[in-house]
Design a protein around this ligand. Structure first.
Ligand code: DMJ
Length: 586
């Protein structure tokens, strides 16, 4: 196996001490002003998913007068072994898994957007042809893992075959995070190979017209061939067809102007009006990356901000819940209620601005549902606690209580608990966690369950799962990365080997139940059924995220150190830089 590029000067990662020199290229991309706009484009497109923003519940940070009574933060084990060297056998097992995935894709479907490992074929997102979804999404993982031969072949495909001249509609957000994100990370990690910048710039030029709306917020779809933004008519025609001629500067500034009390965001914004729509408020699908990027934009640009603080306060005030029996911490969703005729009982601007939430009477229903996607939040809160929530920089590893603000200590505690909860959702027949779990509420008829079974039910369950019936969609594991992403962050921030052990258990479950003998990996239809049944699909985020975060969990800390890198929501690393332009945070 070739020596990983990011570690090329290290002979043996196991011997690397805790504080090691930065990778030689760590600042290269940051110095390129021409990439600045593209980074902004990537980051702004984060806002695509997002959609909203209240902000009244500001939590003053108690920087002074804190009690130092606690010797340790919750979740910090005083006896933690600070293992920062690589676990080489486990790291290399992850590399082997990546090769098993990539080589099958390359053999059967090279260049196609998506891969189907049982039918040994690829498919494209549209009939107009592929846009390098899998190749662009995977190539930076090859650079990080030191897979030079695979990298060279993928690079050749990008140089010779990749085309964005496709007259069809693509999802703006997904194209940005996966393809643009992958190209820009490859540009940085390859020591500025101009090929990747050229391709990223071409893609950026094709995506930018989506921002030509009255508000400056981008449309959800983009026709890459025609270079036109396209509204998403599947969502109630919310985005009507007018496309303005002006490209307004900064999505974050629009989001800041649209922000609402309570720090929370609903999952839809109107690109016409630049305001939030009445829709679900959640940390799962369509909402996750908004909250993730609040801290990541701040970290990447070294800007001060308060939107992150407000959002974390809102999450704690309204969404964080505790399960009734095992006291697991989870986040619920707020959903606007409708009449029998489907009309909304509430409208978001009025409700959020004029009332304090009262879930019994405000027309909002608290749903105890948590997507696997939410599992990014545990690690994200821990990262935020040690940066935005820190009183000293850098904080110790693991952080000491007196190094964190009151909000930082709150976020650290919740982050640690959420990681525990996500691990609890792996307590299934396969050791894999389902796509969605529901938590029992005090009003649920627990007594009936106890009477019928003689047992107290578990705190969480997979909705719609009944023995003998076809599994519900909630029961799937589709190779998602969020739990291992949090384990990676938790390990880097604490050095606690329990996180490596947990990541290894997940990796082994993936190997046992998702690995396809002839090559590739496949989603599992029911995490609670053995032997498993598969769906014939290998999601691109297996190679861009899940295996990358597992690899980083087992490498030494000189590889992509958290002080120097921020990962986009598809796990593509970008260097931290000091922007020479206004970001919308300031
Ligand atoms: C990835 O494409 C990204 O992480 C995205 O932000 C959310 N979902 C998937 C992985 O689960």
């Amino acid at each position: 196996m070739a020596e990983p590029i990011l570690r090329q000067r290290k002979k043996d990662a196991a011997e690397v001490p805790e504080q090691t020199e930065k990778p030689a290229h760590a600042n290269h991309a940051a110095k390129s002003s021409s990439t600045g706009n593209l980074y902004v484009c990537v980051l702004l497109a984060l806002g695509l998913l997002v959609y909203q923003f209240p902000n009244l519940a500001k939590v003053p940070l108690a920087f002074l007068g804190q009690s130092n009574e606690n010797k340790h933060l919750p979740g910090v084990r005083p006896s933690s072994v600070r293992t920062f060297s690589a676990d080489i056998p486990k790291r290399d097992a992850v590399v082997e898994a990546f090769k098993h995935a990539w080589l099958a894709y390359e053999r059967d479907a090279m260049g196609d957007d998506e891969y189907h490992p049982f039918s040994h074929m690829g498919t494209n997102l549209t009939s107009a042809g592929g846009i390098g979804y899998t190749v662009a999404d995977s190539i930076d993982t090859m650079l990080i893992m030191g897979l030079d031969e695979e990298y060279q072949r993928a690079r050749t495909w990008i140089a010779e075959k990749l085309s964005f001249d496709r007259d069809a509609n693509f999802n703006t957000f997904e194209t940005t995070i996966r393809v643009m994100g992958g190209l820009l990370a490859a540009y940085h990690l390859s020591d500025q190979d101009p090929l990747f910048l050229e391709k990223a710039q071409e893609l950026g030029d094709r995506i930018l017209p989506t921002f030509e709306t009255p508000s400056g917020l981008p449309l959800s779809l983009v026709n890459l061939g025609l270079k036109e933004g396209v509204p998403d008519m599947d969502n109630n025609g919310m985005m009507r067809t007018y496309i303005g001629k002006r490209l307004k500067g900064n999505v974050m500034a629009v989001l800041r102007a649209a922000r609402m009390p309570h720090g929370l965001a609903s999952i839809f914004l109107s690109p016409e009006e630049g305001r939030y729509m009445t829709a679900s408020i959640r940390l799962g699908s369509r909402g996750d990356s908004y909250y993730e990027y609040l801290i990541k934009q701040y970290l990447q640009t070294n800007q001060t901000e308060d939107m992150y603080d407000d959002a974390m306060a809102g999450i704690h005030n309204y969404l964080v819940q505790t399960s009734i029996s095992s006291k697991l911490t989870y986040t619920a969703e707020l959903n606007p209620e409708r009449t029998g005729h489907g009309e909304l009982l509430v409208s978001i601007p009025l409700t959020l601005f004029e009332f304090d939430f009262n879930f019994d009477s405000s027309g909002w229903r608290l749903t105890p549902k948590q997507d696997h996607l939410v599992c990014f939040l545990g690690g994200s809160l821990m990262l935020g606690a040690t940066t935005s929530g820190a009183l000293v920089h850098p904080v110790s590893i693991p952080p000491r209580p007196e190094e964190l603000s009151e909000a930082g200590r709150r976020d650290w505690k919740t982050g640690v608990e959420l990681v525990k909860t996500c691990m609890a959702t792996h307590e299934t027949a396969t050791g894999l966690s389902p796509e969605i779990v529901h938590f029992r509420m005090p009003g649920d008829d627990l007594d009936a369950h106890v009477a019928a079974t003689g047992e107290m039910p578990t705190d969480w369950y997979i909705k719609g799962s009944k023995p003998g019936s076809p599994p519900s969609l909630d029961a799937r594991y589709i190779l998602r990365p969020e739990t291992v992403e949090s384990l990676f962050l938790a390990f880097r921030l604490t050095g606690d080997t329990q996180y490596r052990d947990q990541g290894w258990a997940i990796f082994q479950a993936i190997e046992k139940h998702c690995r396809v003998a002839s090559g590739g990996y496949a989603s599992v239809l029911n995490v609670d059924q053995i032997p498993v049944e598969h769906e014939d699909k290998m999601e691109t985020f297996l190679m861009s995220e899940t295996l990358k975060y597992l690899y980083l969990l087992f490498t030494d800390t000189s590889v992509l150190p958290l002080d120097d890198y921020v990962f986009n929501t598809e796990a593509h690393p970008f260097p931290v830089f000091n922007p020479s332009f206004r970001t919308g945070f300031s």
